[in-house]
Design a protein around this ligand. Structure first.
Ligand SMILES: [Ca+2]
Length: 502
């Protein structure tokens, strides 16, 4: 084995691997360093391998992720001495850097970017989001998982079994279940008054109940099937019905009085004490937190498990996530333009993506008899080593993967995600670039509108404001806060997005 290796090495030296390295152009890259303070990605093995495969040497300028925006914004503002490849401090949604001409329009080089072009063809939502107002594509994305492990409704299966009911999927059956939980000694401690039927952090109420009324309150703005954009909290009838429903839960004591201050730690404590039957949170918490902290959890069967979304007059759905988390651009004045373009293109290839997600066979993972990959023990035992390889590369256009997430979770949880979450996910309102005028309108009105809507929602649900008497004046106030102007902006952006996905 050792001998074969040394022969290979000798051959490599003779046949010019070394000279190939010597001729590699050097690309400078500005990006964040690892989120792990003990890890420096400058010499990360997997990233070196990606650079080698792309035929370049990377000269890294890696900065602290916590202060990245502060450090990089002045560099971009001056536009001088920029690296060849730059990880942006934000998504540049107002096109500040694009308008300054800092970055190369990549679509004009698609003849030498086959991997990136293929990726965009396969991901029209991302293509739509990354298409600038002028129709060009300037950036390469880093993305997150969108249709899996998102916020989901979870039921306590022990309580369902004790009540002898199937998991409710309609608002009516759901309320019946809560009433039953409230009146019965579900945890069997002899006290029928210590049950709190439902424990929801208030930020998740729109996720949980909006869809049954046909509303995506999570995105706020959403497009209907005809492509017309709406603002969910301005949909008079549906939003009024949503508030009325929650106000009913509140009045009946099914939504607790202190619902705005309930936090995750308190919910975990209730799971541990077996005093609650329903929650709603990021799916991740299902096995790792809520089931984990419930008495009797065996790791093989969940105690808090994901269920289908609630339906009302409208079919229920879950709101997914927008994919693009970061973007990378190529300095329009780069002296190594072609090499930088080819490097970023290789960084988007399936081969490179596989390296970010899994690393290398034998080093980070093994393949079982069924062909499934499993991370090796050292990947969890020695996170400094694992992160130091450049796994999930936070400083590269890496794409988060579902299979690599699955292997971190209990099998029952993975199965649950495929059955009860993934089929019900609906994409949120897309992220779209703004023209300067649109950016001005949004920055002028959006914050005040959101603040007012949030404050009124709590007031209407808890009865501080009367839905009967004060809802009409609420709608009128939204008009005063320029909701119609904002809808025009969002409609124009949505129309551009749709055109760009085609
Ligand atoms: Ca009890």
């Amino acid at each position: 084995m050792k001998k074969t290796l040394s022969i290979l090495l000798a051959l490599c030296l003779l046949l010019g691997c070394a000279s190939a390295f010597a001729e590699n152009p050097t690309i400078s890259q500005l990006a964040i360093n690892s989120y792990y303070s003990t890890v420096d990605l400058k010499d990360a093995y997997l990233l070196k391998k990606i650079a080698d495969n792309a035929g370049v040497t990377v000269d890294w300028n890696l900065l602290d992720p916590g202060t990245y925006a502060e450090s990089v914004s002045p560099m971009l503002a001056s536009g001088q001495d920029l690296a060849d490849v730059v990880m942006l401090p934000d998504l540049d949604l107002n096109q500040t850097y694009l308008s300054a001409g800092l970055f190369e329009p990549l679509d004009t080089h698609f003849d030498i970017m086959p991997n990136y072009k293929k990726f965009l063809d396969e991901n029209p939502i991302i293509k739509g989001s990354l298409t600038a107002v002028d129709g060009h594509i300037y950036y390469v994305p880093q993305t997150v998982v969108t249709n899996n492990y998102q916020p989901v409704l979870m039921y306590n299966v022990k309580w369902l079994e004790k009540a002898g009911i199937e998991a409710p999927t309609t608002l009516d059956a759901f309320v019946e279940m809560l009433r039953y939980y409230k009146e019965n000694d579900m945890n069997g401690n002899g006290d029928a008054t210590d049950e709190i039927p439902m424990s929801i952090q208030s930020a998740f109420l729109p996720y949980m109940f909006g869809p049954a009324f046909g509303l995506d309150l999570v995105s706020g703005f959403y497009a209907d099937d005809e492509g017309k954009v709406h603002y969910a909290a301005y949909e008079s009838e549906a939003y009024k019905a949503y508030l009325t429903f929650l106000n009913g839960l509140y009045n009946e004591g099914l939504l607790e009085v202190e619902f705005t201050s309930l936090n995750r730690d308190q919910i975990v404590e209730r799971c541990a004490n077996e005093t609650t039957g329903v929650t709603f949170d990021f799916s991740w918490q299902m096995s790792t937190l809520y089931s984990q902290n419930s008495p009797g959890y065996d790791g093989e069967h969940g105690i808090f498990v994901g269920v289908a979304p609630l339906s009302g007059d409208h079919e229920g759905f879950y709101v997914g996530r927008n994919p693009v988390s970061n973007v990378f651009g190529i300095n329009a004045k780069s002296a190594n333009l072609e090499a930088a373009i080819k490097y970023l293109d290789y960084a988007m290839s399936e081969e490179a993506q596989d390296l970010y997600v899994w690393g290398e066979e034998g080093l980070t993972y093994e393949v079982d008899a069924d062909g499934n990959r499993h991370f090796l023990p050292r990947t969890t035992e020695d996170s400094t080593w694992f992160q130091g390889l450049g796994i999930n590369a936070p400083n590269m256009p890496s794409q988060q993967s579902v299979p690599a997430t699955d292997v971190l979770l209990a099998p029952w949880h993975v199965q649950n995600d495929r059955e009860f979450e993934e089929p019900y996910i609906r994409a949120p309102f897309p992220v779209v670039y703004s023209t300067t005028e649109e950016a001005n309108t949004l920055s002028m009105y959006m914050v005040d509108l959101q603040t007012y809507v949030d404050e009124r929602a709590v007031g209407f649900i808890s009865g501080t404001y009367s839905i009967e008497d004060e809802f009409d004046s609420y709608i009128a106030a939204l008009q005063g806060l320029q909701i119609e102007e904002l809808l025009k902006v969002k409609q124009a952006q949505y129309d551009r997005y749709v055109a760009a996905t085609k």
